[in-house]
Design a protein around this ligand. Structure first.
Ligand code: NIG
Ligand code: FE
Length: 421
């Protein structure tokens, strides 16, 4: 199967397989009047239209050739949503309204709402119910140009429900067009039955380490382990304990760091070598500096800050200091019931002062690296998977200028064209 994109008005891509750091995030390879060819799901040729090889249909007896005319369109690598919690039961729409009338995310959590509510609703749902809703969400995300998605567990908090969520994520992996990466986040909150005993004793973390992680490892249900490192949730030492055990078992790691208060999550991420540190609204000066001097990706989630009416992470400072920044949705039933890529881009430009080139780098190659897919995804280069997003307009600026509007015309995943619905 050969797919040819011809007469591409403008093609933009970062280059390489590693995260792009600091000011380099602003430099993309740009080809005006370009072509791109993929064979069997892999990019094989790319360049200026004048150099486009002519294919004779006769030389491909067994293959089909599909051509897409991209006159007036912009082509970029498919977006990567490197941080979601998209498998969950039920909704928490009342909490959104409570927050709007002044209650804080932590107030709601301490009153037994928040994550605990979704845990209840997720344990009541069957695997089939969770799968059906999640599959539709993945489809809707693909129509916004997304080709790969990380999904976390963490609405179980007991062994069976965590494993149920992970099985759903793994079924999505085999039944969805998008590439799915699974993260075990049993350490999302302290479950009700541990609350009395806990008080920073680390008992629940010990339970995860002894009882759940070995099963997740044995059944190969997750690639990453993540933890909500936050005041009143899991401490720095509990986070270090869990994530270093996870690394010993061969997992890669992520951390919800410095979201609500400055705790030192960014510093810990760098110290133990997490693939990414996420949120970072309240990362300290030292945390930002350490991230800039490391290979840990700073994943920013402005949709969450927006929905929580919180300050935005300091993207400018992170990038100007030299960090590799990615942006993602954090789609979840509580703090951010949105996977809107158009809104994510609008907030990144308008509120976090990122340039459009930095945003493309953050949403493609750096996102891919945040889920350890830099080798195969995130750029338009020969040898990479044909994960390509075609935009309806002739320049990348429309991503921000057409504010809050989905301008994706087609998403191509592994060479398969998925039209916008
Ligand atoms: O990334 N911060 C912790 N976890 C999610 C929120 C989960 C929820 O409220 O259900 C987040 O914002
Ligand atoms: Fe999250």
């Amino acid at each position: 199967m050969i797919l040819i994109l011809k007469n591409i008005t403008r093609l933009l891509t970062p280059l390489g397989k590693s995260p792009i750091k600091g000011k380099d995030m602003n430099s993309l390879k740009i080809i005006d009047d370009a072509f791109l060819i993929c064979e069997n799901g892999t990019i094989t040729h790319i360049g200026e239209m004048k150099d486009c090889p002519k294919f004779s249909v006769d030389s491909f007896e067994d293959s089909q050739i599909e051509t897409i005319d991209c006159t007036g369109k912009t082509v970029v690598p498919s977006f990567v949503d490197s941080h979601t919690h998209l498998v969950f039961g039920g909704y928490r729409e009342n909490e959104f309204m409570w927050r709007m009338s002044g209650m804080s995310y932590m107030d709601i959590m301490q009153k037994g709402g928040g994550i605990a509510k979704s845990v209840e609703l997720t344990s009541e749902a069957t695997e089939e119910e969770l799968f059906k809703v999640a599959k539709q969400r993945v489809k809707d995300m693909i129509h916004q140009g997304i080709g790969a998605i990380e999904i976390k567990s963490g609405y179980g908090l007991d062994c069976d429900t965590e494993l149920k969520q992970l099985r759903v994520i793994n079924r999505l992996k085999s039944e969805c067009d998008a590439e799915i990466v699974s993260t075990f986040m049993g350490a999302h909150s302290i479950p009700k039955n541990y609350k009395q005993k806990e008080k920073g004793s680390g008992e629940y973390i010990d339970f995860i380490i002894k009882e759940v992680l070995p099963i997740v490892q044995k059944e190969k249900l997750a690639e990453f382990v993540d933890i909500f490192c936050e005041k009143g949730v899991f401490s720095i030492s509990e986070s270090e304990n869990l994530l270093s055990h996870a690394m010993e078992l061969g997992f890669k790691t992520k951390i919800h760091a410095d979201e609500i208060v400055t705790l030192g999550g960014a510093e810990l991420a760098v110290k133990i070598g997490c693939t990414s540190a996420d949120h970072l609204l309240h990362a300290s000066e030292k945390g930002i500096k350490n991230l800039a001097n490391s290979n840990t990706i700073a994943t920013l989630l402005p949709l969450t800050a927006f929905c929580l009416k919180e300050q935005f992470a300091n993207a400018r400072k992170l990038i100007d200091s030299g960090a590799a920044v990615s942006i993602a949705t954090d789609f979840n039933p509580g703090s951010c019931f949105s996977f809107s890529i158009p809104l994510l881009i609008a907030l990144s430009v308008i509120k976090m002062n990122m340039t459009i080139n930095e945003i493309i780098t953050a949403l493609t190659l750096n996102g891919a690296c945040a889920i350890d897919r830099g080798e195969t995804l995130g750029t338009l280069e020969v040898g990479k998977k044909a994960n390509i997003t075609i935009l309806k307009y002739p320049s990348e600026n429309f991503l921000a200028y057409h504010t809050g509007i989905n301008i994706v015309e087609k998403t191509i995943i592994n060479g398969k064209v998925i039209p916008a619905n």
